[in-house]
Design a protein around this ligand. Structure first.
Ligand SMILES: [Zn+2]
Length: 431
């Protein structure tokens, strides 16, 4: 539920549009401290918190200042002081909790809850938020999970303590940066946008169609439109990249992000991927490692080819058949973890590695349809962070799967067709 809400929220913000923006500008000061979660509320289950979040968003938009005033009184009573700190390399969850006077029992309680802290990762230099009561009894730590809108919250109040995950309702601003390529595209983007995430997503937008390192010329123009997220007016990082353009071979190539349930993908203005046999096996293509038959291992410096592409996603996200076929092999081994191999027409095979779970319907020799759920994202085998290693063989040899893939999963086929049709229409109007 939390995940659904986190993907719905940006859309709601867009629907509310300027009304919401005005509302936040008009009452930004009043809104301060409104979203701090009281210990009472933190005991609620994730679903209820998410509904509260939704109610708050709608409440502020429609009820406006009256509700804000009421909330302010509550927060004045708490009288919380808010500060931000950077995560240092070497920090661990328990060292941070200890620094903020959580006692041994409270820390042990958190560490026992594996399902909660397993997906929690500390990224050096990223900020976390500390809200403290004036008398020092109440303290809350909030960590931002990126790229989702989720936050991990830890609080203590005397003897009592707790922790939860919830979808945060950030204030979102949309910004556009433009520039020209000077050096690598990544470096050029970083000159204009402070957040690495935006540069990485920009690369993702073109990854299925171009090898940017080869086709880019010095002086090529680019622009990128992206979201900035604020928590009570404090910048916490960039959200999704919404639109990009990049000059390739003298032509501006545009990409648009299309939102769908639990994901989204970049599309071009024309149907360039129609002839590709594979759909995306996941709802969101964030490429963290590309196909590279000559890769050098970063630590051992030995040649260790990467014969597939890695898509980073949260643990438990669905994995789909990229192309209909028959299950050739499945099981578990040391390197691949839980894996499935599917045989397709024309000498093609697809590989799905590191799965958390294989769907019970998947059996050796069984037919699987396009877009059928075959398992869940995980980190089994040689793996440091949940991701899907997706590989394709053609006539018995691994090939780069990317030029054979569409940017969206089969389940979103209709939505993407509609979006491309409407893009074409609006282009005609411009002409
Ligand atoms: Zn891989």
């Amino acid at each position: 539920m939390g995940k659904v809400v986190s993907s719905i929220l940006p859309s709601i913000f867009r629907i509310l549009g300027s009304t919401r923006q005005l509302d936040f500008v008009g009452s930004l000061k009043v809104l301060k401290y409104n979203f701090i979660v009281s210990p009472a509320r933190s005991l609620n289950i994730r679903f209820r918190i998410s509904m509260t979040t939704l109610a708050l968003v709608f409440g502020f938009s429609f009820a406006g200042p009256a509700l804000a005033k009421k909330k302010l009184k509550q927060s004045e009573a708490r009288n919380l002081k808010v500060t931000y700190k950077q995560i240092k390399s070497g920090d661990t969850l328990s060292s941070i909790l200890r620094q903020h006077s959580f006692d041994n029992n409270q820390i042990a309680k958190i560490l026992r809850d594996k399902s909660f802290h397993e997906p929690f990762t500390l990224i050096p230099k990223e900020e976390f938020r500390i809200s403290q009561g004036r008398k020092g009894r109440f303290l809350e730590l909030k960590f931002y999970e990126r790229p989702t809108d989720n936050v991990f919250v830890f609080w203590r109040d005397g003897e009592r303590s707790g922790h939860h995950l919830k979808a945060e309702n950030y204030e979102v601003k949309v910004r556009t940066a433009t520039g020209v390529v000077n050096g690598s595209i990544l470096a050029s983007l970083k000159n204009h946008v402070s957040d690495d995430w935006v540069a990485q997503r920009f690369m993702d937008a073109y990854a299925l169609d171009f090898k940017l390192t080869r086709v880019l010329k010095r002086g090529a123009k680019f622009s990128v439109t992206y979201e900035e997220k604020f928590d009570d007016g404090h910048f916490v990082g960039c959200g999704e990249v919404l639109e990009t353009s990049l000059e390739i071979n003298g032509e501006m190539k545009l990409r648009k992000f299309v939102n769908f349930k639990n994901g989204g993908s970049f599309i071009a203005n024309d149907w360039i991927h129609k002839s590709r046999p594979f759909y995306s096996p996941v709802n969101y293509l964030r490429i963290t490692s590309s196909y590279n038959p000559r890769r050098l291992h970063p630590i051992t410096r030995r040649r260790q080819p990467h014969l597939g592409v890695d898509f980073e996603l949260p643990k438990g996200d669905p994995i789909y058949t990229a192309y209909a076929g028959r299950v050739l092999r499945m099981g578990k081994n040391r390197a691949a973890g839980r894996y499935i191999v599917i045989r397709h027409p024309n000498g093609l095979e697809s590989y799905y590695n590191h799965l958390h779970k294989i769907h019970p319907d998947i059996k050796k020799g069984k037919y699987v349809a396009n877009g059928q759920v075959i398992g869940e994202i995980g980190c089994t085998g040689y793996c440091t962070k949940p991701h899907l290693h997706f590989a394709v063989k053609q006539n018995g040899r691994f090939i780069n799967p990317v030029p054979k893939m569409k940017s969206y999963p089969f389940v979103e086929k209709k939505l993407i067709s509609r979006q491309i049709a409407s893009n074409k229409k609006s282009q005609k109007v411009v002409k």
